[in-house]
Structures are given as structure tokens and as C-alpha cells.
Write a protein that binds this ligand. Sequence first.
Ligand code: ADP
Ligand code: MG
Length: 401
Amino acid sequence: MPKKTVESLDVKGKRVLIRVDFNVPMDGTGIGDDRRIRAAIPTIKSVIERGGRAILMSHLGRPKGEGFEETFTLVPVGVRLSELLGRPVAFPSHDCVDADAANAVAQMDDGDVLLLENLRFHPGEKGADLQFANKLAAMGDAYVNDAFGSCHRLDASMVALPTAMGAKPRVVGLLVEKELGFLSEALKDPARPFVVVLGGAKVSDKIGAIERLLPRADAVLIGGAMAYTFVKALGKNVGKSRVEEDRVKDARRMIEQAANTGVELHLPTDHVCSTAFTEDAGDIEVFDDEIKDGYMGLDIGPKTQIQFASVISKAKTVVWNGPMGVFEWAPFRVGTKMVGTAIADATDSGAITIVGGGDSAAAVDEFKLADRMSHVSTGGGASLQMLEGRPFKAIELIEDE
Ligand code: ADP
Ligand code: MG
């Protein structure tokens, strides 16, 4: 069911509570990557350019929930937001629901932007506390959920707050609308061939997504650390690669399911390996088929890269979640870069291409491929939950169109 969006909201003179996801990576005191801030701009502009008063709420990091902590202040985020908007952003106080915050909101003019301090300084946020949500609800005339990266969470600002709004409007923002569009609508009836590329750290993280996508896809490509659990399930030697022993049975079952249903399941056939989990062990070897004892697979090998790229080149829809290797380290980044480039090329040839997963999105950024993807999700956990086909409580509480 499509949800009402911020554009349908009459915002003039209204106090609009906008839950955004400004949980950005911080390096030292600065912002490491402002993608999530930029992604929220269209919704904020939609409100303020029509004379609404934008009250922004977010969490940042994992503070203790016992009050203000300098390390997790949203002030640097607000500064960046102000630069991006080209207008001032007000910070009322260290507590998102105290009297100072409420006063600052009461004094806003039409078109103003205010950023409440980190919601997680308050125990009520993680505690899904209704009283805390009631205080937030009292500050606004309408609620906008534009925090896609948090949509899988049950925190107060995501679930208790829309509930506490009662009869006041509850809508989604433009980012959430776009994310839901790509990750759910586009996958309902994908243009074929539909190719799913999965990788990353753990089979256990992605098993729900594999189970749901395997019967829907024409081809599934598996790389990254999780591939070794599958390779082991084929009975091959994987040396000391990361294997989840308790998932080998699941992997075997999925290999059989793919074979029985005619879905192409591609696993790495050669591997870039090292004896130690470090960037510069200096003993990198490529093994065909079986990995020698003492070595671990840290990237897909050159034959696999070509094989994966060839399957991707024929796709009309691609979903990618999880890097093909330890892309953070130069010797093991090639597989991820090759696959990313193949997906970008597929976009150029008319395919719909969707990237989910925090590390995958970071890789796409690093390789300067983001502009060549149809959609790069701003949510790791949230995009995975969508690929698993599990609905969000936070979105169920938004009004239907
Ligand atoms: P995403 O955030 O895109 O969903 P994950 O969090 O599942 O991806 O996995 C990303 C991590 O997996 C990266 O830090 C990467 O270094 C690691 N990784 C990928 N391949 C391997 C491998 N062969 N061995 C160990 N770690 C790996
Ligand atoms: Mg990750």
C-alpha cells in the first residue's frame, strides 16, 4: 500500500517533526561521509520552501542513554546541514525534550530549521518509551518519517512517536518514498534477467535475504567471506578462510534448491589468499578451486571476477549487497571494484541497479561508481530487512495514500 508523502502535507505555518537518519560516520570531530545528510535535503526543502517549520530529530552513534555526551553531539551534523541548505540551523539544547527545546520550537518562524540534540541521549529513545514520545509529539503538528536507515528499528521516534501523534498527520519523506520504491516495488516484478550479488562478512547476516531472493532471481552470485561457507559445503578445501560451521548445512540446502529450481548459483572458483588477516602480509597467492592449508580467501580471484562480470552484463535488474572481498585493503579490493564496475556498466545499458548495505555503499563511493547506480540505499540493516521481505513497523504506522 503506497504511503502518504510529505508533498501531500499542508505545511504552511505548521511545526513539522521530521525523523531523519543523521547517523553518519564520524572521523575525529568531523563528518566522514555526509551522504545521509544530503539524502534528507529534498524533504527538508519541501517543508521549509512551502513555509513549514522543520524540526529535525535523529540519533548518532551509541551513547549511553544517560544524558549529553560530547562525542555524540549532533552539532557537527547541524553545521554541515546548514552549509548544504545555505541557511541557519538552530540547536536548542542538550536535551531534545526539555523546556529549552520546547521554547525554541515555540519561537520558530515559518521556513526555519531546528535540529534537536541526539535522541539517544535520552533513555526513552532506545526504550521505546511512550512518555518520551508524547513529549516529542507535543512539539509538532505533523510527523514525517524520512529516516530510512532506521526504519527497521523500534525506537521511540520511529514507532511510539507516530503512535503518539494520534489524529495528526503521519507521512513519509521523499528519501523513504524513494528507498521503498526501489527496494520493494522494483523487486515485485523485476525486469529479467534478475541478478542478485551477495557478499560481505557473514552468511548468518544474509541468510534471510538469500532465502527470499533465490527463488525470485535468475542468477545469484556469492562472494565475500560468506562464499567460503558455500565453497566448503561443496566439499572443497577452504584453508583457514572464514567459515560459519553452523551454516554449512544451510549453504548445502541452498545449493541444492538452486540446482532443483534452475536458478544459476555462482560461487567463486578461484581465490586471492593470504596466510594472515592483514593488509600487508606480503604472501598473496591466487588458488584455483581448492585453497591451500594455511591460507585464507580474502577476495574473489581473476577468473571469478570475469565470470561474475559476464553474468552481470546480461542483467536487466541487479541487487547488490555485500563486498566481494576485504575491499578496505588495496590487495583485496579488485573483486569488489570489478563487480561494482560491471554493475555500473549494466546501468548504462539500461538495467535497474540497486546497492544495499553500509559497506557496499562505502565501496561504491570509494570507487566513484555511486552516480552510475540506479539507487544506492542509505540503510544497511533496513535495506537488508527489505530484501528479506519483512515489513517495517515504523512504516505500517504511516497513513496510507
Ligand atoms: P554490507 O555492509 O555491505 O552489508 P557486510 O557488513 O556484510 O557488508 O560485510 C562487509 C565486510 O566484509 C567488509 O568489512 C569486508 O572487509 C568483509 N569481507 C569481505 N570479504 C571478506 C573475506 N573474504 N574475509 C574476511 N572479511 C571479508
Ligand atoms: Mg556492514
